[in-house]
Design a protein around this ligand. Structure first.
Ligand SMILES: NC(=O)c1ccc[n+]([C@@H]2O[C@H](COP(=O)([O-])OP(=O)(O)OC[C@H]3O[C@@H](n4cnc5c(N)ncnc54)[C@H](OP(=O)(O)O)[C@@H]3O)[C@@H](O)[C@H]2O)c1
Length: 248
């Protein structure tokens, strides 16, 4: 599969997105970065240019502001009408306890982790469909494979995202566009700063390499690291009667 030459990155400040952008910059790709903070975007643009990116543009956006998403996509397509790559890499890990009682917190978590990526994908899908080539990689999570009491609001949003991507893949596959669902396990990033790091944790560059590899090989569903495919197959297959009694 041809490597994308012009890539739009939503959530460019995420540790995983930055790791991935570095790999594509090294290949000489052009990048269009979107994140909440303009100063961060300026610094990232300068860094990725030094690392080999052909051209870098950026837009400020907030996942909770639909208008800013539309503006960012429009500005990107104005700069790169030949856009052939998209990476969506932002998200939040909400406080599950708070989400169980605070309706607004629960709504925000679903909006950031599911509704807003779905808005981006709905708005930009036609561009890829017309172009008849390209690759879209979106970071979901193993948490979306089965709802667990410890994080089912985040898990539900990621599960919805995984389902959305499955349908989009079938639709865009007919136009030669690959849609990749990236499912990381535990990653040591600012998102998990408060977690005790166990054996299953990996660094963001491991996920970045997994995404880069999935793009190059035309993979559709990438569990990263690979062993999460087996772990989640076991978790998905635990009978519900047993599942409700265990603490996960
Ligand atoms: N870390 C893990 O264990 C893990 C596991 C599975 C999946 N994931 C997924 O991996 C992706 C990347 O996360 P990460 O681990 O790299 O964490 P991270 O470094 O903490 O990145 C989170 C990103 O989300 C952005 N963000 C948060 N709220 C936003 C909003 N309202 N609008 C726009 N951007 C917003 C942050 O922007 P600011 O820089 O402005 O704060 C930051 O770029 C996420 O989709 C996450 O769900 C992570």
């Amino acid at each position: 599969m041809a490597r994308p030459a012009k890539i739009l990155v939503f959530g460019a400040t995420s540790a995983i997105a930055f790791g991935t952008a570095k790999l594509f910059a090294r290949d000489g790709a052009s990048l269009y970065l979107c994140a909440r903070d303009e100063e961060d975007l300026k610094a990232l643009s300068a860094d990725l240019t030094v690392r080999g990116a052909k051209e870098v543009g950026y837009s400020v956006f907030n996942a909770l502001d639909k208008g800013s998403i539309i503006r960012a996509v429009d500005d990107c397509l104005k700069k790169f009408p030949e856009l052939d790559g998209l990476l969506i890499a932002y998200g939040t890990l909400p406080d599950q306890g708070l989400c169980e009682t605070d309706i607004e917190e629960m709504r925000r978590a679903v909006e950031i982790n599911f509704t807003s990526p779905a808005i981006i994908l709905t708005y930009i899908a036609g561009h890829f469909e017309k172009k008849k080539q390209g690759v879209i990689a979106v970071i979901s999570s193993v948490a979306g494979d089965r709802g667990r009491q410890s994080n089912y609001v985040y898990g539900a949003a990621k599960g919805a995202l995984t389902t959305f991507l499955s349908g989009l893949r079938q639709r865009l596959g007919k136009s030669g566009v690959n849609v990749i669902t990236v499912k990381p396990g535990f990653v040591d990033t600012p998102m998990t700063a408060g977690f005790k790091k166990g054996l299953l944790f990996v660094g963001p560059d491991v996920i970045a390499k997994g995404i880069y590899r999935a793009v190059k090989t035309g993979k559709s569903i990438a569990y990263v690291p690979w062993f999460w495919r087996i772990i989640m197959m076991i978790i998905r297959n635990i009978p519900e009667k047993i599942f409700i009694k265990i603490k996960l």
